[in-house]
Design a binder for this molecule. Structure first.
Ligand SMILES: [Zn+2]
Length: 262
């Protein structure tokens, strides 16, 4: 990457960066200053970068429409929109270092969603035309964690997990993930994108997303990420809860904790 050689991003490039970030609510500064290059020599955005940023920005805006209404109705406070960070390779987050191997994640500490450019590539490689749905689902799922944070659920779960057995802690993690899937379903219900969400496509999208991985919950508990130490729930459960949100369309239709008797 960056072998194209343009050393300086130049004024036009910089204006594009600013307009991009401003317009879409996405921070792409890590992308244009990626590692492996000498400092002070940001790389230019590629057409692919722009496409990813554009796509993520559209999905993010759609979630803001849904949760900008639903969250204040519950909390009585304005919905604090999450920031999205698009990066390539590695970057820093409020939850520690981020790298492409970690997959997309939400960091509760800085309320940002971290997406690496490889994620989009892997999604389209695995899914072909369905890659858009899979990528959009993952973005909406990460926004779902932000919604949990806004609702005070994430801090509460994190606290409960600290004194829980490993088994209970994993269970709480699964319920948290399923609720985020349900919130993603709320987004899908209102999406203006033609993503062809039928059950088979959805199953595929969820499996592809699970293979790419997520998530920041382990980090939010102040531990290193150990993917095998927690689970997101079965594919069937994830589909079930996504469809709950898709069909129910309300935050209250997504109470995976209450359904588990908590
Ligand atoms: Zn998650």
């Amino acid at each position: 990457m960056g072998s194209g050689g343009a050393g300086s991003i130049g004024l036009v490039g910089m204006l594009a960066v600013l307009a991009f970030g401003y317009f879409f609510g996405i921070d792409i500064s890590p992308l244009v200053s990626e590692t492996g290059q000498s400092p002070g020599q940001p790389r230019e955005l590629t057409a692919e970068d722009r496409q990813m940023g554009d796509f993520a920005g559209v999905i993010l805006r759609e979630t803001e429409t849904v949760f900008g209404e639903a969250v204040p109705a519950v909390t009585g406070r304005a919905y604090g929109e999450p920031q999205m960070v698009l990066y390539s390779g590695v970057t820093q987050s409020g939850c520690g270092g981020a790298s492409a191997q970690m997959g997309p994640f939400y960091c509760p500490a800085d309320q940002r969603i971290y997406l690496d450019t490889d994620f989009f590539k892997v999604m389209s490689q695995r899914m072909g035309a369905g890659g858009d749905l899979a990528a959009a689902y993952v973005i909406a799922h990460e926004v779902g964690h932000h919604v949990q944070n806004q609702l005070g659920i994430l801090p509460k779960v994190t606290q409960m997990r600290q004194s829980a057995s490993k088994e209970d802690s994993n269970y709480l993690s699964v319920l948290t993930e399923l609720q985020a899937d349900c919130f993603a379903g709320m987004w899908a219900r209102s999406s203006t994108q033609d993503l062809r969400i039928d059950r088979d496509d959805l199953a595929e999208a969820i499996n592809a997303a699970a293979a790419v991985g997520d998530d920041a919950l382990m980090q939010s508990a102040g531990r290193a990420v150990v993917p095998d130490a927690f689970t997101h729930g079965s594919s069937a459960d994830r589909q079930k809860w996504f469809l709950r949100g898709y069909e129910g369309g309300t935050l209250s239709s997504c109470n995976s904790f209450a359904e588990a008797g908590l």
